[in-house]
Ligand binder design. Structure first.
Ligand SMILES: O=C(O)[C@H](CS(=O)(=O)O)OP(=O)(O)O
Length: 241
């Protein structure tokens, strides 16, 4: 049987999908899932995605987790870091061997809304190959859950869905049933020659540039920097597989 891939364009649309038996690929290219992949690549042992700032603070206080928290693109006050992957790569701020609790505007919401899936992984351009290999091995239908922006469609997460489809099509993936997947694949065809250039027109990049986080955008559009880093949900937390 051909495997299918579909795309849910925002967490608000999740009630329309039945995730049971499927692989959910949570995607928040700018920036949560890129930051989570970077954290695990940098030696963070486990990542706890949480919905509220209070839960994030409690995990820091009561369990000694590093805490990353952001709202509307800005680091929330009182936490170890915001939502930039570079904060996990500072030499003077060692993260290896530590657990991380993270709460962001869109990305953690997408993950916490997808818990009925058979398997849950985090996808970004940084770890696209790891995600593709996992999906190929699972032999289950795939739902790409785009974090979007405050319930709305976004280009960068949709493009990741298209790029994942492109990797899996030669293995027999079927996207013919889903206009969402077909559209994402078409978008990827247009963007792949110059992904950062294509995304310059996107709302997320305009937001990050206002926040002087353009370096984050450039980094998060690099493909397969971490081809073996797969953030996998173990029922309570994300661990590197
Ligand atoms: O910090 C981010 O990149 C975003 C915040 S927003 O889209 O700028 O409001 O959070 P995320 O949950 O990573 O989309």
């Amino acid at each position: 049987m051909l495997l299918k891939l579909d795309i849910c364009f925002s967490p608000e649309l999740l009630p329309l999908y039945d995730l049971r038996g499927q692989v959910a690929v949570i995607v928040d290219v700018l920036r949560a899932t890129s930051t989570i992949a970077t954290a695990l690549a940098a030696g963070v042992t486990e990542v706890y995605p949480v919905g509220s700032l209070d839960e994030c603070a409690a995990l820091g206080r009561e369990h000694g987790c590093l805490t990353a928290a952001e709202r509307d693109g800005v680091a929330a006050a009182g936490f170890d870091m915001g939502n930039s992957p570079f904060e996990l790569l500072h030499e003077d701020f060692p993260v290896r061997g530590r657990a991380l609790a993270i709460s962001t505007t869109n990305g953690t919401k997408a993950l916490l809304g997808s818990l009925s899936a058979e398997a849950i992984v985090c996808g970004a351009f940084l770890n696209l190959q790891a995600v593709a290999e996992f999906c190929a091995a699972q032999q289950r239908d795939i739902l790409v859950v785009a974090a979007g922006w405050k319930g709305q469609f976004c280009l960068e997460d949709t493009l990741l869905g298209g790029a994942l489809a492109e990797r899996l099509l030669p293995l027999g993936l079927d996207i013919s049933h889903s206009d969402a997947a077909l559209a994402a694949h078409e978008l990827w065809q247009n963007a792949q020659a110059d992904l950062p250039g294509y995304l310059l027109q996107s709302a997320a990049v305009r937001r990050l540039r206002k926040l002087e986080a353009n370096d984050d955008f450039v980094f998060c559009t690099k493909i397969d920097i971490y081809p073996e880093v797969l953030p996998l949900w173990d029922g309570q937390k994300l661990v590197r597989r």
